[in-house]
Structure formats: C-alpha cells, structure tokens
Design a binder for this molecule. Structure first.
Ligand code: ATP
Ligand code: MG
Length: 358
C-alpha cells in the first residue's frame, strides 16, 4: 500500500462520517478535517489545514476549543461536552463534541482527534418534551383542584339544601301522623312508610355527600376524616381488620395537603378492597423531617411491580398528587407478599418537586 493509498483511505474514512471530524497536532493546528467540517465552516480545506481554531472561529468559540484541546493534551483523557454555536444564519445550534488524545508508538501524546455531532433537533425535542410535560402537569393539577372544588360544592349543596328539604318533609309527615290517630289504619301505615322512605333518603344523601367530599375533612381535619374513612370501611367490610395510627393528632394542615393525603388514603384503601384480598391492613400517619409520611399496608396478595398496568390510573394519580406538592410515592410489593404504599408530603409550601417539573 503506497503512502498515497493510505492517505486516501484515511480521507474516505473521515468523509464517510456525517458529523464534523478532525485531527490536530500538539499545537492545536488542523492536520485533517472531513467534508462535514468544511461544509459547516464554509471554507476550502487549504484555508483550514495548518491553522489553529483562533484563525478560523470567532474568538469566544475558539477560546473554548483551544482550552478543551489543551486540557486533553495535558490530561491525556477523553473529553465530551455539549456546546452551542450560531450557524451561518445566526441560528443557535447544539453540538455534542468528543475530543481524545492521539499517541505515538511510545505513548507520547502527539495531537488530538475530535468529532462533533449536531444535536440541535434532539435538544429542541427535549425542550419541547420538558415544556409539554410541565404543561400537562399543570393541567392535571388544575383539573384535580377544579374537580375537588366541584365535589365539595355538590356535597355541600346536597347536604345543606336537599338535606333541609328532606328534614322539612319528615317534620310535615310527623305532623300529619300525629293528627290522624283516628284515621283508618291504612293511610297511617302509608304515612309511616313515607317517613321511613325519607329516613332512608337522608341516609343515602349523607353517604353520597360524604363520598363526594366528606365535610368532616374541611370542618374537623385530616385525622378525624381518616378515622371516619376507616370506620365506614370497617362497617362495610367487617372481614378486614384495619388499624390506624397517628403520631400526632393536634396538627392542622393546608387544604392541599389534607386533600391530597385524604384522597391518597382513600384510593389506597379502595385498592385494598378491590384487589388485595387482605385480611389485615394498617394506615400509619407520621411526621418526620418536615414531612407528613403516610403508610398504607396490607397483607394481601401483592402484585408484580414490573408488570405494566395500562389504563390504571389509581396509583399514578396518587403519585401525581404527591409530586404536585413536592412529595413522592413509593409502592413496595411482590406477589404473595402484601403491598405497602409510602407517601411523603412536605408540610411547607415548596411547589412541585424538581422531578415533577420535568
Ligand atoms: N393493595 C393492592 N394489592 C394487590 N394489588 C394491588 C393493590 N393495589 C393495586 N394493585 C394492583 O395494581 C393495579 C393498579 O392499581 P391502580 O389503582 O393504579 O388501578 P386500578 O385500581 O386497577 O384502577 P383505577 O384506575 O380505577 O384505580 C391494580 O389493577 C392491581 O392489580
Ligand atoms: Mg385503584
């Protein structure tokens, strides 16, 4: 193979690389550059070879190139960094650049080799993804708070308006019954039946209103609301032994925190009833490191955390609620080994966690 042939081969190798590629000597002078490089620089090869970056690039760019070249020459280590520089039209483009030392047969560093890939599209897509995720999170948060407000309003209206109406109806029926002792038996039985229908309606109404949003949460706070939740669950599912523990019962929480904590416990309990076949479950509420820590544990059938659950929103919604408040949620479970959901909610207003903003 002649010298000419091997040079031609090197050239072919360089030119086949779609990214900018080059070789420099110890003085940072260009020994070889590929066509992708020349296309971007917009100069003929003869105007590049033998020159240094500061004779080709604007000062603020060449400073970086010389500095990184020297760092590679000095350390003998490969460097990789992302850089932004304007293209011919003044538009900022991003490059992923890698520089490595070249050594002679004795291991002495005789120059550097570099490659620089245009990653502007990827950068733009990343930026777009970050923006749209943040937007989606904001939207979710907004929808959730609207939904919560709406439920509170409907719950209150049912309770106050319809509740009052039913109470009035009951009183009127009572009045009627009291005044018809002499009436034939059948109409009296009918009035009694009407009164018990009204009683049932009141019970239904209370249950529906409380399911929408328990007034107890707004009026008496998280601890009593969770206790109420536990009691009503135990009433409906006497086979499940549910224990509750609170390390403090005297704290008041912001609306955000108590709503999130309550909804998380509610959803976790719904999951236990629907999926776990557990015999025992426990809710623990603790305070640690400025955070509210919830733990909802069951001894049921557990689940495979690696199996994907398309279309399931319960756990994802719980995690999102926690993240929106700057907290987090972790599920610990394995088939046959029960499930534990752990949630951290910061008590100081801190905004969404960094992760949530991504
Ligand atoms: N405590 C639990 N014990 C066993 N499996 C559970 C438990 N909690 C959740 N799972 C499993 O995880 C899956 C996902 O739960 P997730 O709450 O996200 O969805 P879902 O309850 O199925 O539906 P929804 O969107 O109505 O909540 C469930 O379908 C169930 O298989
Ligand atoms: Mg669920």
């Amino acid at each position: 193979m002649t010298e000419d042939d091997s040079q031609r081969q090197q050239r072919a190798l360089l030119d086949n690389i779609p990214d900018m590629a080059w070789l420099k000597d110890r003085d940072c002078r260009y020994l070889a550059v590929n066509t992708a490089y020349l296309d971007i620089v917009g100069r003929p090869e003869a105007a590049v070879l033998g020159r240094r970056p500061d004779e080709i690039w604007p000062r603020e760019i060449s400073d970086v190139y010389l500095r990184t070249d020297r760092a590679v020459l000095k350390s003998g280590r490969r460097r990789r960094y992302e850089e932004a520089r304007p293209d011919g039209n003044g538009e900022l483009r991003w490059f992923d650049t890698i520089k490595s030392p070249i050594r002679d047969a004795n291991g002495r560093i005789i120059g550097t080799v570099g490659i620089s890939r245009d990653i502007s599209e990827r950068k733009a897509a990343e930026g777009e993804l970050i923006r749209s995720r943040a937007q989606l999170r904001e939207l979710t948060n907004y929808l959730q708070s609207i939904r919560e407000e709406e439920r509170a309003r409907i719950s209150r209206e049912l309770h106050d308006e319809l509740g009052q109406t039913l109470t009035a109806l009951k009183m009127e029926l009572g009045w009627l019954r009291d005044r018809m002792p002499a009436a034939p038996e059948l109409p009296r039985i009918r009035v009694d039946r009407l009164m018990s229908i009204v009683d049932q309606a009141v019970v239904d109404l209370r249950r529906i209103a409380a399911d929408l949003r328990p007034l107890i949460l707004d009026e008496l706070g998280l601890v009593l609301a969770v206790q109420w939740l536990g009691q009503s669950l135990s009433g409906r599912h006497p086979d499940l032994a549910l224990t509750l523990s609170f390390d403090r019962e005297d704290l008041a929480y912001s609306d955000d925190v108590s709503t999130a904590a309550f909804r998380i416990v509610q959803e976790a309990l719904t999951n236990i009833i629907r999926h776990s076949r557990a015999r025992r479950a426990a809710i623990g509420v603790r305070h640690e490191a400025g955070e509210l820590r919830l733990e909802i544990r069951d001894d049921g059938k557990g689940m495979d955390l690696n199996a994907s659950q398309p279309g399931r929103l319960g756990l994802a919604g719980m995690a999102e609620r926690a993240r929106m408040l700057g907290g987090s949620l972790a599920v610990d479970s394995a088939p046959g080994a029960g499930t534990t959901v752990r949630v951290r909610l910061p008590l100081k207003a801190g905004g969404p966690s960094r992760e949530a903003q991504r």
